[in-house]
Design a protein around this ligand. Structure first.
Ligand code: ADP
Length: 493
């Protein structure tokens, strides 16, 4: 822990406690669990291994803080969010370092994540003052009907490890903007960034109880979160993570009928048509695929290339992929860091072996890199991928590009849609009519057209099918944290 603190300008950003009702405290049981650096496997900190008692205390605090926070003027909430945004940026270098240390993404990407996460806080600081309702045109004399937007109540935010800052910021910021209070549980691999973020929120003036954060190990998570699922005061769950866990949370919260936002897995297709600008398509694929070493839910998982440009595209892509610099995240030159843990590397290796066994051609990469550390894997391109391979059905979540071949537009679209998931899709074409047709046919919440970088605080992020429901960011993002209340006033004549 001392070693970790020494790497930061503000060592006090490392919090080894839960934040409940404005107080930093250990788990009621006193238990802790270890956080390690994925590049080396070395333990870097210990944080509370919270259980149901801690979760209950957090929900008590959030429920108690709700009435006053709901009553605060939107502009007051907005001002606090602005201060939080400024504090995130002012401590950006420390936060980027922390993200890289606990999550493994290159420090340059860590800086990108700080800016990206902060942009949601600013966006919702601005939206806080613009949550309009409607005055409904009069239907009967003497009666006035109005629709108001009110905060849904206490929100439970449960986040994954791949964006330790951005995922939690983009849940807490809209919740606070709408007037909700929050109980949050960050992923067990990466709680340090979330704790630092909560400290900065506290310093920015977020009142006690408005943000409560508890950390748990994987083993304790069902117990701690289970308390929130059963708690009728918790009115909403905002979850980002895997589809099986999302379904479990939806089932287990059914008894208290909570409002749900589910940002779940993807199995994103990336289609390159014969008429694409190939250089742009290769660059777009590198941007979208290799961010965070392929560990994002919008990373293309299946790349479909039309037969006329297949070999040329494979060659151009392999050259660029082979040149990517793999190194520990803290190394300034790194473009690909370690994967999050040994389970992640095992899955990637299994997908590559299975593909090769089923006839895929390895164009570049394909191996672990033990000389760099336990969790490194070479950026990999596989040609001749087919639908019988594991990487067709499952999200690989690593630096592997499988190239599938298709012959005509209808077949390409059908193959892209042939999945239970529907988060992001991408396609490259220079034909305006095709662009219009294909964008309407793709079954997904997000379509990147001649573009690999799709995320923005101003845009609605979310999926369809088993990728979930709800939207984060944009003006739609507030709907998930509000309810519509209808007022009908009579006797006005
Ligand atoms: P990933 O595969 O990316 O780790 P998960 O869906 O497993 O995604 O985890 C996302 C978040 O959900 C993490 O914060 C994790 O601790 C939490 N989580 C996982 N299983 C459960 C569970 N049974 N109950 C509550 N939270 C869970």
């Amino acid at each position: 822990m001392k070693e970790l603190q020494a790497t930061l300008v503000r060592p006090d950003l490392i919090r080894a406690h839960n934040l409940i009702n404005g107080k930093w405290q250990p788990a009621a049981s006193g238990k802790q669990f270890a956080i390690s650096d994925p590049a080396t496997g070395k333990v870097i900190a210990q944080v509370p291994d919270s259980g149901p008692d801690d979760a209950r205390a957090a929900a008590d605090a959030a429920a108690a803080a709700f009435p006053a926070w709901k009553q605060a003027l939107p502009r007051e909430r907005s001002d606090i969010l602005r201060k939080w945004h400024a504090a995130i940026l002012a401590n950006g270098e420390d936060l980027a370092r922390l993200i890289s240390l606990e999550q493994g993404k290159p420090v340059g990407e860590g800086r990108g994540e700080v800016a990206y996460g902060a942009s949601y806080v600013l966006w919702f600081a601005e939206e806080a003052a613009r949550i309009y309702g409607d005055v409904i045109p009069q239907q009967q004399r003497g009666k006035r009907m109005t629709a108001l937007k009110e905060p849904v109540g206490v929100v439970a935010a449960i986040t994954p490890w791949n964006f330790p800052l951005a995922m939690i910021a983009r849940k807490i910021a809209p919740a606070l903007a709408a007037g909700c209070t929050v109980v949050a549980k960050p992923a067990e691999d990466t709680p340090l960034t979330a704790l630092a973020l909560a400290l900065l929120a506290q310093e920015a003036g977020v009142p006690p109880g408005v943000i409560n954060l508890v950390t748990t190990s994987r083993e304790q998570a069902p117990g701690a979160v289970g308390d929130w699922l059963a708690d009728e005061r918790v009115r909403k769950i905002s979850f980002t993570g895997s589809t099986p866990v999302g379904k479990y949370l939806a089932r287990e919260s059914a008894n208290t009928l909570k409002k749900l936002s589910m940002e779940l897995g993807g199995n994103a297709p990336f289609i390159v048509f014969d008429d694409a600008d190939l250089d742009a398509a290769v660059s777009g694929l590198l941007t979208s695929k290799f961010r965070n070493a392929g560990q994002t839910c919008v990373c293309p998982n299946r790349v479909y290339v039309q037969s006329g440009v297949y070999e040329r595209f494979a060659e151009l892509l392999s050259k660029r992929v082979a040149a990517l610099e793999v190194a520990p995240a803290t190394d300034e030159s790194a473009q690909i860091g370690p994967l999050i843990n040994d389970r992640a590397v095992d899955k990637v290796a299994r997908h590559v072996d299975d593909a090769v066994t089923h006839g895929a051609r390895l164009l570049t990469g394909g191996k672990r890199l033990p000389a760099l550390g336990p969790n490194f894997f070479e950026p990999t391109v596989l040609a001749d991928a087919t639908a019988d391979m594991l990487l067709f059905r499952e999200e690989t979540f690593g630096p592997v590009v499988p190239l599938f071949r298709f012959y005509d537009e209808a077949e390409g679209v059908r193959a892209a849609n042939d999945t239970a998931f529907g988060l992001a899709t991408y396609f490259y074409s220079q034909d305006v009519r095709r662009i219009d047709r294909v964008s309407r046919q793709l079954e997904a919440g997000i379509v990147g057209i001649n573009e690999g970088a799709i995320s923005s605080a101003a845009a609605p992020f979310g999926g369809v099918k088993e990728s979930g429901y709800g939207r984060e960011g944009s003006r739609y993002g507030l709907d998930d944290y509000t309810i519509v209340k209808y007022l009908c006033q009579g006797g006005l004549q």
